[in-house]
Design a protein around this ligand. Structure first.
Ligand SMILES: [Zn+2]
Length: 472
């Protein structure tokens, strides 16, 4: 039986705001002491009142707009009730039937061509705290309780684990591009829940799905989905596909899923409108302004780099990946020099150092160095040396390093002629071979002249001088 895989994702991303979603506690709690970023509001003390963080709302709608969603003029918050030790309030404030946005789409690049994946909705909600289970009991850290999240729900449009992983990566890039979230997986700022089912090819209906909760990395997402595909395929082939929806967890160390609950034990969240928060409204003009702020998105950027700036596919993909890379690159291109060559120097020399951002190197440095090379003042290897030196001492200019280190190429034709004469005199048999049609000898002569000049001769001028002398 030929089977088709159906996958949908729910993605939670932490918004990059100064404070939490409904209180003024610091939102950046990475690496700080447990329970030091809390207040009566995020701890759910009696009588507390939440106030919506305007920055979180702005970043949330900008993220949603970048995912192609329609921003709704009216939305509201709802209480999602459940009891768990990581949730001090006893309910999560989320958006149930009227989210801030819906009906988006994201384009992804696949080997066989591009594909559009539907985004069902994007809404705002707060995060829960963090529990650490030890042999002596469970430790609760509420620093994360109340952190603003966007939940992105996709349509079940993906047909393989690889497609799901590609979409997740594209969404990470988009959220970074608009500055909504750093979506840093290592810090738990982006997490996935994946729903997967299968059906015979040609069948239109959807069968009961398995939901895999809390996948914390792109590789866990891929592995867990591949595992479920294999498991479900086996069940289908044995004639006994699952007849009910189940929720499972992924055990990264064992590389298998574990049953968390089946449909009968699914929670009833008893949603009701949040009485302490007014609805969120946007005027037509405000929505227009949000859309106008959305910058060029990663995939469009990549295509522009390839088509207009003549970068290779791999160069464009790498640079368009994150704001710190494309901001630097585009700024260097603005300062002058051929974009493709700037990309080459940036990727091969600057990015070769993992700490390049801390070195103080600037787009001006890269542009200046490339211009020196393009003008024939320095060789390609000298350009690399200059950039490396600038990463050691970013106070200097490219020209200063060139002069200090004597890297300027000799373009004095008298001096070059003298070197060429001497090399040809010392290698009469090579000259004879070239005259007899063995062109390879020219490279040898060239190499000898460069050696004699200790790399300072301008190669095109040396070549010109050699050709001139061979023809006389
Ligand atoms: Zn707080």
């Amino acid at each position: 039986m030929e089977l088709e895989v159906i996958i949908g994702l729910e993605i939670h991303a932490q918004l990059s705001t100064k404070t939490k979603l409904f209180c003024s506690c610091d939102n950046d709690a990475f690496g700080v002491q447990p329970n030091t970023r809390v207040c009566p509001v995020c701890m759910g003390f009696p009588g507390m009142l939440p106030v919506l963080n305007a920055e979180a709302l702005r970043k949330g709608v900008e993220g949603a707009a970048a995912l192609g969603c329609t921003i709704k003029p009216f939305s509201k918050f709802d209480r999602k009730n459940y009891f768990y030790p990581d949730l001090p309030t006893g309910y999560q404030i989320s958006q149930f039937d009227q989210p801030i946005s819906e009906h988006g789409e994201v384009e992804i690049e696949l080997e066989g061509g591009n594909k559009i994946i539907g985004i069902t909705r994007v809404h705002l909600e707060n995060d829960a705290g963090k529990l650490t289970h030890t042999v002596n009991g469970t430790l609760c850290d509420y620093n994360r309780a109340g952190t603003p999240l966007v939940e992105i729900v996709t349509e079940p449009d993906m047909r393989s684990p690889e497609e799901a992983q590609t979409l997740a990566k594209e969404i990470q890039k988009i959220l970074r591009t608009v500055g909504a979230s750093t979506a840093d997986m290592e810090k738990g700022m982006m997490r996935f829940d994946a729903s997967i089912s299968m059906r015979p090819v040609g069948d239109e209906k959807l069968y009961p799905r398995t939901e895999i909760k809390n996948l914390n990395s792109f590789s866990a997402l891929l592995k867990a989905l591949k595992y479920e595909v294999k498991k479900q395929r086996k069940a289908w082939e044995a004639g006994s596909p699952s007849t009910q929806e189940v929720t499972v967890g992924w055990l990264d160390d064992k590389e298998e899923t574990k049953l968390l609950r089946d449909k009968e034990s699914a929670m009833d969240y008893r949603y009701f409108p949040e009485p302490d928060l007014p609805p969120v409204t946007f005027t037509e003009k405000e929505i227009k302004d949000i859309l106008a702020r959305i910058p060029e998105l990663p995939l469009a950027k990549k295509h522009r780099y390839i088509n207009d700036l003549k970068l290779t596919d791999a160069e464009a993909l790498k640079i368009a990946e994150s704001p710190e890379l494309y901001d630097f690159f585009e700024s260097a291109v603005d300062k002058g020099g051929e974009a493709r060559k700037i990309a080459g120097l940036f990727l091969s020399v600057v990015l070769a150092r993992t700490d390049w951002q801390k070195t103080g190197i600037t787009p001006q440095h890269v542009s200046d160095t490339l211009i020196l090379q393009t003008e024939g003042k320095i060789s390609a290897s000298a350009a690399k040396e200059i950039l490396n030196a600038l990463m050691e001492d970013s106070e200097k200019t490219a020209k200063e390093i060139m002069e200090e280190r004597g890297l300027e190429q000799k373009s004095d034709s008298g001096e070059i002629d003298a070197w060429v004469d001497q090399v040809m005199k010392e290698n009469p048999e090579v000259v004879a071979d070239i005259k007899a049609g063995k062109d390879k000898g020219i490279q040898f002569l060239m190499g000898q002249v460069m050696k004699m000049s200790r790399g300072s001769a301008n190669p095109p001028l040396v070549m010109q001088a050699i050709n001139k002398k061979l023809n006389t």
